[in-house]
Design a protein around this ligand. Structure first.
Ligand code: DGJ
Length: 692
């Protein structure tokens, strides 16, 4: 039984882990345990009944599942509300529990003195060892209340531990850098205030005891399914408790909760493993493929994107020439990027006017699409729905549709402003306009871009509190995207935000894949991809071979790096010679053979390219009959002895052959003695491994 409860205590068991909480003698809903599953129900500890301490109530000392500020309690709360009469604390009492099917539990709480209900939802993903939490806040009274913070969860680590936090940081062209540092007394805050998930940080955390590595050690990890402002605050209290709160960012946030209304938070997913950071990532990869992505097990086609070849100078002849070359190399999907729509000749104009530019495409997109289809490829298109250039018909008609403060100058970034997708009329306009584009053209793929961060976050006629914009905007994006998906189920979607500025478990419920970074230089990409893989699986990670580093980094190396994800090509094919196109065709053919293992297999990071110049990545099919090994060397001063690459994830007793090496050996042998791969600087290798 995955969920069992005895008198006011609950144990949530997945295949290998358990999570428990209960009511203590003072009625606090307290966290009890999160670790390996224990043999007997009685083995789980009871709700902690720790004494208070002078200057501190029990609520400061006891790890509460969902703390709100009340009494002598000062830790990070999950909830902050101001009631209509000005009362600003919240005293939560337990009301009841409710089971929904085998895998869901709801704990009902309410404020002791006000008609406010709080429902804590727990959902198990038993085979993935993941627990999902979200919260509903209901105003059951007849006066409005103001929500000022509502997190999705507070995740507690075992008390008395000393912990280390792993997270991701970065910036445009340089996303997903893995950071690892000890958690010290007090708060560590990670967040986005940029309206989207951001290039700078990711709503993901992993916590270990300081000695876990890729293969061993306890790791507690989690993520938030949200594509707007988010916050993680990791707190080490003076009472030996470490907890990680995760949810919507409360910075500049307020939500007027009217009588009868319910506010629902995004979900936070979290898990525990004893098998290190590699296993934590694989748990998330499986979660994303099995539970989050709309079609997590459909292989992605190899695409060509014309952006780096033609930038804004697109028309039928230029695209058709590229399409012919792409088709000749075995590409399956041709994507025309920016520059195709009304008035778009540079980044100065056009955003918002989503119909083909009359000069470039006098007969619409159909002639080009038909040509692409005749070449045996699907056709894809770039859009940036949330944006508008002041020089556009849309802005001239609706200058009030953008996010702005009426008294401030509207800060432009890349010459564009942000449409307020919190507004239903803006959402409807986009659903209609983009819907028409998809209905009138045979479009199989959309790259949804978002190329700036917010400024002047005002909403003059906001329906509630103007600070609701942070949440209403993201919900608006979800509505537009969700509606377009529903109406046009044939379309595959990509989330792009100037590269990896919006990749998270929220957008991946709508987007089939993500553009990892605008930086396509292969050695930089190795680092970015390693960080990306902490959270996201290879099928989500779109990676192109481009001309960045051409002349310095071989085409083989560039292909190998891009083949570690969902392969694409983005170079200027007109400048590639016959040899390059022939090599490309060979790599593309190989990728078609191995993509299921890469996109859906278990990924093993063998070394961290952010720190080491000789690393490898291995993908193992779920049935362990096939594996693919990529090995990379960047710069290492000679003389050097390269270590053997010890394979991972194979069936220990099965015999495997490694391509290019003679003789079959057991998985155990390959995993312990490894494969010797001799590479010079900036060389790489790909090897198939097959069970015999
Ligand atoms: C930013 C994207 O990340 C690029 O790939 C390209 O689509 C440009 N926008 C087009 O403006």
């Amino acid at each position: 039984m995955p969920i069992h409860s005895t008198h006011h205590s609950w144990v949530l068991e997945t295949a290998h882990t358990a999570y428990s909480f209960g009511l203590n003698s003072q009625g606090l809903l307290a966290h009890c345990y999160w670790g390996p599953v224990l043999p007997r129900a009685e083995d789980y500890p009871p709700a902690p009944d720790l004494p208070g301490w002078p200057f501190n109530s029990q609520g400061q000392v006891v790890p509460e599942e969902f703390p709100a500020p009340a009494g002598l309690k000062y830790i990070e709360p999950c909830l902050k509300i101001t009631y209509a009469d000005g009362t600003r604390d919240t005293v939560l009492d337990f009301e009841s529990d409710q089971r929904i099917g085998e895998d869901e539990l709801v704990i009902h709480l309410h404020d002791r003195s006000y008609p406010l209900r709080v429902r804590l939802h727990y959902r198990l993903h038993p085979q993935l060892d993941i627990i999902e939490r979200r919260v509903e806040i209901e105003n059951a009274g007849d006066q409005p209340a103001t929500l000022e913070r509502v997190f999705s969860a507070q995740w507690h680590l075992p008390r008395f531990g000393a912990y280390r936090l792993s997270h991701l940081s970065g910036r445009w062209l340089d996303e997903f850098h893995l950071q690892r540092h000890p958690l010290k007394s007090g708060l560590t805050v990670l967040e986005s205030r940029r309206l989207t998930t951001s290039h700078h940080a990711s709503p993901w955390f992993a916590v270990d005891r300081g000695s876990a590595d890729e293969e061993q050690g306890e790791v507690w990890f989690g993520a938030l399914a949200w594509s707007g402002n988010w916050k993680i605050s990791a707190e080490v209290t003076d009472f030996y408790s470490t907890r990680v709160s995760i949810g919507l960012n409360d910075w500049d946030f307020a939500w007027k909760l009217n009588p009868g209304e319910v506010f629902t938070t995004p979900s936070s997913h979290a898990g525990y493993t004893q098998n290190g950071f590699g296993d934590a990532s694989r748990r998330l990869h499986d979660l994303i493929r099995d539970q989050i992505l709309p079609h997590g097990h459909t292989p992605h086609k190899i695409l060509y994107n014309s952006w780096e070849a033609t930038t804004f100078n697109v028309d039928v002849p230029s695209q058709a020439r590229l399409a012919e070359l792409a088709a000749g190399m075995g590409i399956e999907l041709f994507v025309m990027d920016d520059g195709w729509f009304h008035g778009r000749h540079s980044d100065n104009a056009g955003l918002g006017d989503w119909w083909p530019d009359e000069e470039k495409f006098p007969d619409g997109l159909t002639p080009l699409i038909e040509q692409v289809n005749r070449l045996g490829m699907d056709f894809g298109l770039w859009v940036e729905p949330e944006m508008v250039n002041p020089d556009s018909d849309l802005y001239r008609a609706h200058p009030d549709w953008v996010i702005h403060f009426p008294t401030r100058e509207r800060t432009e970034s890349r010459n564009q402003l942000i449409l307020n997708l919190g507004r239903p009329d803006v959402q409807d306009y986009l659903i209609e306009t983009l819907g028409r584009l998809l209905a009138q053209n045979n479009i199989a793929f959309i790259k949804w871009d978002m190329n700036r961060n917010v400024s002047e976050p005002g909403w003059p006629d906001a329906p509630g509190d103007a600070r609701e914009i942070w949440v209403r905007y993201v919900r608006g994006v979800y509505r537009v995207w969700g509606e377009l998906r529903r109406r046009h189920p044939q379309v595959v979607w990509q989330s792009c935000s100037g590269g990896g500025g919006r990749v998270d478990l929220g957008v991946l419920a709508l987007a089939d894949q993500a553009w990892t970074s605008d930086n396509t230089e292969a050695t930089a990409r190795l680092n970015i991809q390693a960080g990306f893989s902490q959270v996201f699986p290879a099928n989500v990670m779109e990676a192109w071979v481009t001309d960045a580093g051409r002349g310095r980094i071989s085409l083989d190396f560039r292909f190998h790096v891009a083949m570690c994800g969902s392969l694409g090509v983005g170079g200027d094919l007109l400048a590639w010679d016959a040899d390059e196109r022939e090599s490309a065709a060979r790599w593309i053919a190989l990728y078609k053979d191995i993509r299921e293992t890469i996109q859906f297999g278990d990924q093993y990071r063998l070394g961290n390219p952010q720190e080491e110049p000789f690393t490898a990545v291995q993908y193992v099919s779920k049935d362990r009959s096939e594996a693919v090994l990529f090995v990379f060397r960047t710069h290492i001063p000679e003389p050097i002895f390269l270590p053997p690459v010890r394979l991972r994830g194979l069936d220990p007793l099965r015999l495997y052959k490694v391509e290019g090496l003679s003789g079959a050996r057991t998985g155990l042998a390959w995993m312990n003695t490894g494969v010797q791969v001799m590479l010079s600087d900036f060389e790489s290798s790909v090897m198939r491994i097959r069970a015999v």
